[in-house]
Design a protein around this ligand. Structure first.
Ligand SMILES: *[C@@H]1O[C@H](CO)[C@@H](O)[C@H](O)[C@H]1NC(C)=O
Ligand SMILES: *[C@@H]1O[C@H](CO)[C@@H](O)[C@H](O)[C@H]1NC(C)=O
Length: 418
């Protein structure tokens, strides 16, 4: 049912390509294959005919694309261009001096994150699913089931815009300080003692009333966000699976402005208008590579409980499905929520929320199925508690801490022999 509806949606978009659609994000954007958020669409040079490949993301000008009037621009005056205007499957993309309305340069971005060649039913496709640097990018008949056609847009963590979506109440440039009045809307999720939660900017608020303007409350100072006051967290469980990181737990979230008794709500990067809840909320982490942006994430928080999952890879959208917004934490993210324990584990993926074998359940349909079982976990490390502490940074590049920065603190890394 769901994929049938998605097919109709995509077909409708392909027929109405004239109404050029753009990503929700503002400014010059990285364009990353959905299967690998560490790679970026890259022009080989700024010459006409320069090939377009994927390369590791650096934020270079050759990776900064601007959606403008149906064209996708790089270097100011060059446009993503279909070589020779060929409509054959497998035609490679290049850049060429923008010559609107050259039909070979007209693209639109779909609501399911495809970049489609206007009026041709062809979509940008990661050739052979090959994630190696230098793979030339092609067009292929659009398919809503082919993960090689999903392209996310975003930013380098060290080059964020003031605001990333229109209507944003706060900012993504948060600095390296910390302030309890910060309007920072850039969150990190790294480990049991290093994550942020989305919560209201003003005391006594419900999530429902403030979902578009939540700000980041972090366990680490130094990210320019607010820090969670002592006593906020009374149990935290972090897992790293092959496809996501997840943090779940309990606490007193009136300390981070949630009204006592609020049942809370769901937050994700795709609100009803395509902007996020909160608008402009961006999520980064170091688990799957330094300072990677998570394009798919979902989070619930009430006055006493939270869960936050951030997903990567070809199944990111389904592992971070956000349509079950009244089902709460445990049903969406079956995990340990116990008070009194602060732990970090490896784990298998949970089954995707709402998916039961070959059928998909939709919220509101009777009967409501049970939550999936909690996936097995291993290699758990516990720490006594989690309180706000300064973020640790790498000296070599001065920018970002190592993944699992807390591991050595847990004594897991062996001491090297002298
Ligand atoms: C359209 O762009 C192509 C490059 O792909 C170029 O060869 C062609 O001359 C352009 N057409 C027009 C009408 O400018
Ligand atoms: C993947 O792409 C790279 C870069 O173009 C190429 O060198 C390599 O042979 C490709 N791998 C496969 C399996 O096609």
């Amino acid at each position: 049912m769901e994929s049938f509806l998605l097919s109709l949606g995509l077909a409708a978009l392909l027929l109405s390509g004239a109404a050029a659609q753009k990503p929700a994000y503002l400014g010059a954007l990285l364009i990353e294959p959905g299967v690998n958020n560490g790679k970026c669409l890259t022009a080989a040079s700024n010459n006409d005919g320069a090939v377009v490949t994927i390369q590791g993301c650096t934020g270079a000008d050759a990776q900064k694309w601007t959606f403008d009037g149906g064209s996708v621009k790089v270097f100011g005056n060059k446009c993503l261009d279909v070589t020779d205007g060929s409509a054959a499957d497998g035609v490679k993309l290049q850049i060429w001096t923008c010559n609107v309305p050259n039909g070979s340069q007209q693209f639109f971005y779909t609501s399911d994150y495809h970049l489609a060649w206007t009026d041709h039913g062809k979509c940008m496709d990661l050739t052979d699913g090959n994630q190696s640097d230098g793979n030339r990018i092609q067009l292929w008949a659009c398919s809503n089931t082919n993960p090689n056609q999903v392209w996310n847009t975003g930013y380098m963590a060290n080059a964020l815009p003031q605001t990333s979506e229109s209507g944003q109440s706060g900012t993504n440039i948060c600095g390296t300080g910390s302030s309890q009045t910060s309007q920072c809307q850039t969150a990190w999720i790294n480990d049991v003692d290093d994550f942020c939660l989305w919560a209201p900017p003003n005391p006594g608020s419900t999530i429902g009333d403030t979902e578009r303007e939540e700000v980041a409350w972090c366990t680490k100072s130094g990210r320019g966000a607010r820090t969670m006051p002592a006593g906020t967290l009374t149990g935290v469980h972090f897992v790293k699976t092959p496809d996501y990181v997840q943090v779940t737990g309990v606490g007193d979230f009136t300390k981070i402005n949630i009204r006592r008794g609020d049942q809370g709500g769901e937050l994700d990067p795709h609100g009803a208008d395509g902007n996020g809840n909160p608008i402009g909320g961006l999520v980064f982490g170091n688990t799957f590579g330094a300072a990677r942006q998570y394009h798919e994430w979902t989070s619930f928080i009430s006055d006493t409980e939270f869960c936050f999952r951030a997903c990567i890879g070809p199944n990111a959208a389904r592992n971070c499905q956000h349509i079950y917004d009244v089902m709460g934490c445990f049903w969406n993210m079956p995990a340990n929520y116990d008070a009194g324990t602060f732990e970090s584990c490896d784990a298998d993926d949970d089954l995707p929320m709402g998916v039961y074998g070959t059928s998909t359940w939709f919220q509101g349909v009777n009967p409501t199925p049970p939550a999936h079982p909690v996936a097995p976990s291993s290699n758990c490390r516990t720490i006594p508690t989690v309180t706000a502490s300064p973020v640790r940074r790498r000296r070599d590049n001065g920018a970002f801490e190592r993944e699992f920065s807390g591991r050595d603190a847990f004594g897991v890394f062996p001491t090297p022999a002298p």
